[in-house]
Each structure stands twice: as structure tokens, then as C-alpha cells.
Design a protein around this ligand. Structure first.
Ligand SMILES: Nc1nc2c(ncn2[C@@H]2O[C@H](COP(=O)(O)OP(=O)(O)OP(=O)(O)O)[C@@H](O)[C@H]2O)c(=O)[nH]1
Ligand SMILES: [Mg+2]
Length: 383
């Protein structure tokens, strides 16, 4: 019976099967223990071997899900150092435990203190040192290794973070612009885990875009998936906001918000999560421009969208941010028909290149300060 169930589960692609698919995992708790130091040999002044340590190394192409599957009991223990003996005065050191973790993992101890940020390939950190071997300093008695519980918190690393409310067309856009093959449907919450797409350019350069699902109005109050996935935009260099030009209504119980109110609402959600995110360079996409009446709507909303500050007083109080976003560019598109998607592709690359060049220049505090002010001075244009 169990076999039959397993077979059915394997062979069907029904929604039930999809339901059993393991979900995206971005946190993992592990217990780590360094090896015990070996005992010394007082008679000969022999020193025990040091216990092995547990260390993490960041590797690309790994996921926390894979790591969790490979480590069923969530415990990592390094081996003990050997005791000193007549034939081996210096005991052998214990063998280290090397654990490969995905790039972008941050490691916290139980008090939520950050121990390490493994944000580039081959970055390493020792999470549990081995105990010292027995010697004169400790009466020849080997010491236990460090023992602790660590929390691994994965924050995706992408050049661009795609932020928008459900149904705006984020996945449609990601599919049109990159190699990603996300699911697209006419109902909210189609995407339930972050997706990363890579945009390739003719000069063989590429940029990565992360589609971060689950953001809804009130996420700060833990509605929907709350801010679960917002942490992933902390490490993106550019935020790409997307709104439906016709606005959005989550359900009949929620108010319909026009496109402008949605921009403010996204602005507010980010502000409530982490106000420093508002300082990141950002671009706005106005999607579904192929639909009838979209151009007229755009002409009507244009003055307010290009000057968010001016419309603040008419913004519903519950979605009113205290500080508005300053978009580098505002780009009307039709993700579905791939209209102006190439233009977005060019703009993203250009903006990222400009940012990289400016950061290279910004080696004095003064220039860094001017950089922060930069977006505000220029003001966005709809192009
Ligand atoms: N007319 C029109 N429809 C679009 C456009 N882009 C997306 N859509 C439609 O809008 C609906 C939602 O698109 P998705 O790409 O799934 O939206 P999403 O933002 O990823 O939604 P969630 O994953 O639920 O957050 C689908 O029915 C798409 O076909 C567009 O440019 N024009
Ligand atoms: Mg989606």
C-alpha cells in the first residue's frame, strides 16, 4: 500500500504532487561540536592531539535543502585528538569536519549574534573549535571542543531584486527577460518561493534578477507570508519595482488600490521592514501597458508618479510612507507581449554599470555621501 502511494506520488504531476514538493528553505539550525583534545602523557611530557574543528565553506550551486537532506540528525561532530603514547609522543590531531554551505549564508549563534557572513565562494569560518590536547598547562588532560547550536540564514545574492504585489506580472517579466521558467497565472500568489533568473548580454556579461514573492499590503503586520522573503533584497544592488498600471485588489474584502497607491504601499512595506532599503537605487516598471486605456491612465498619473512627494497628501493614510522612493527610471512595459523588455534590459545593465563605476570612484567619505544624495538630485523621467 505504501509502495503504491509512493508510486502514485512519483508518477503524477497533479497539484497534490506539487503540494509534496519540498518548499524553499532559507534557514537551518545545526548543532556543531569540535573534537575533544587527546590526553597527554605526564611520564614523558607527551602532548595530546588537538581535537578537530568544524568549519563551513561557501560553495556555489548548493541549497540549504540539499544540506538539510544530507545531514539527517542536524549534528556535526569533528573527531577527537589522539592521546599521547610511548610510540607517538605528540598525539595526532583530530580530523576537521568541513561542511559546504550555499554562498550567501549568514551564521548566527543562539543569542542571534552574527558569527560569519559567507557571501562569496570559498569564504570560510570555524564554527566549533577543537579542544586543546593535554599538556603541562592542563595537567595533561585534553579539553572538550566547543559545542554550540548555530542558525544558518540564507540571503540570496542577486544584482536586481524584483518587488511587487501579487499578479503585477513579475514572473511574466522574469520569463521574458531571463532564462527563468517561472509559473505564471491570473491569480495572486502563483509564485511561492524566490526565483532567480539570469539575463545574458551579447558581450557575455550577465546579471541576476530575484523574483521575491509573497509581498502584500500589511506584510509588516505579518499578513500573508509577512516579510519572510524581503530579507533577500538586502543584498541586491538595485531594486526593480513592478506595479500593474490598473492597480490591484487582493480580494473583494480588500480595497482596490490604483497604481499610484500601490507604489506608495510598496514603498511603505519596505520602509517598515528596513528604512535603509529606501536608499538603494531603484527603477519602476509600470506593467500591462498593452491593455485598453493604459496610455490614458499613464498620462493622468504621470505627474504624480514622477513626483511622489507631491501626491503624498492624497495617499490613503494606511499606505502612506514617511519617506518616498526616488526612482532612477520609470519604464512603462508590457511583460506579456515583451514590449520594451529589451529597453528594460539595457537600462538595468546601464544603471548597474554606472553604479559600479561610481562606487569605484567613491573612495572618500565625501564622495560616498554625495552618492547617497545622487538619486534625489536627478529626479526620474518616464522613458
Ligand atoms: N495584459 C497583460 N497581462 C499581463 C502582463 N504581464 C502579466 N500579465 C498577466 O497577469 C497575470 C499575473 O502574472 P504573473 O507573472 O503570474 O504575476 P506575478 O506578479 O508573478 O504574480 P504572483 O506570482 O502571484 O505574485 C497573468 O495572467 C499574466 O498573464 C502584461 O504585460 N499584460
Ligand atoms: Mg509570480
Amino acid at each position: 500500500m505504501v509502495q503504491l502511494f509512493k508510486y502514485l506520488l512519483k508518477s503524477t504531476k497533479s497539484p497534490a504532487r506539487a503540494h509534496f514538493r519540498p518548499s524553499f528553505l532559507d534557514t537551518l539550525r545545526l548543532t556543531v561540536r569540535g573534537g575533544h583534545g587527546g590526553n597527554g602523557l605526564p611520564k614523558y611530557g607527551g602532548v595530546g592531539g588537538q581535537g578537530g574543528c568544524v568549519y563551513f565553506v561557501a560553495k556555489e550551486g548548493l541549497t540549504l535543502r540539499k544540506l538539510a537532506q544530507n545531514m539527517k540528525d542536524k549534528r556535526v561532530v569533528a573527531s577527537n585528538g589522539e592521546d599521547s603514547s610511548k610510540v607517538s609522543i605528540f598525539g595526532q590531531r583530530g580530523v576537521d569536519q568541513r561542511i559546504e554551505v550555499p554562498v550567501g549564508v549568514q551564521i548566527y549563534d543562539e543569542q542571534q549574534k552574527l558569527l560569519a557572513d559567507l557571501n562569496e565562494p570559498d569564504a570560510k569560518c570555524i564554527v566549533a573549535g577543537g579542544g586543546t590536547g593535554g599538556c603541562t598547562g592542563n595537567n595533561f588532560i585534553g579539553r572538550p571542543g566547543a559545542h554550540r547550536t548555530v542558525n544558518l540564514d540564507l540571503k540570496l545574492i542577486a544584482d536586481v531584486g524584483l518587488v511587487g504585489f501579487p499578479n503585477a506580472g513579475k514572473s511574466t517579466f522574469l520569463k521574458a527577460i531571463s532564462n527563468a521558467k517561472p509559473k505564471i497565472a491570473a491569480y495572486p500568489f502563483t509564485t511561492i518561493r524566490p526565483q532567480i533568473g539570469t539575463i545574458e548580454y551579447s558581450d557575455l556579461r550577465s546579471i541576476t534578477v530575484a523574483d521575491l514573492p509573497g509581498l502584500i499590503e500589511g506584510a509588516h503586520a505579518n499578513f500573508g507570508m509577512g516579510h519572510k522573503f524581503l530579507k533577500h533584497i538586502e543584498r541586491t544592488r538595485l531594486l526593480l519595482f513592478m506595479v500593474d498600471i490598473f492597480g490591484f485588489q487582493l480580494s473583494p474584502q480588500h480595497p482596490h488600490r490604483d497604481c499610484l497607491a500601490n507604489i506608495y504601499a510598496l514603498n511603505k512595506e519596505l520602509e517598515l521592514y528596513d528604512p535603509t532599503l529606501l536608499e538603494k537605487p531603484c527603477v519602476l516598471l509600470l506593467n500591462k501597458m498593452d491593455k485598453e486605456g493604459a496610455q490614458d491612465l499613464l498620462s493622468k498619473l504621470k505627474p504624480s508618479i514622477t513626483n511622489l512627494e507631491s501626491g503624498l497628501e492624497h495617499c490613503p493614510e494606511e499606505v502612506r510612507p514617511s519617506r518616498v522612493l526616488k526612482f532612477e527610471h520609470i519604464l512603462p512595459i508590457s511583460a506579456k507581449n515583451s514590449v520594451r523588455v529589451t529597453h528594460v534590459k539595457k537600462q538595468l545593465r546601464q544603471t548597474l554599470d554606472e553604479l559600479a563605476a561610481e562606487h569605484q570612484l567613491a573612495d572618500t567619505e565625501l564622495i560616498k555621501h554625495q552618492l547617497k544624495q545622487r538619486v534625489g538630485v536627478r529626479g526620474p523621467k518616464i522613458t
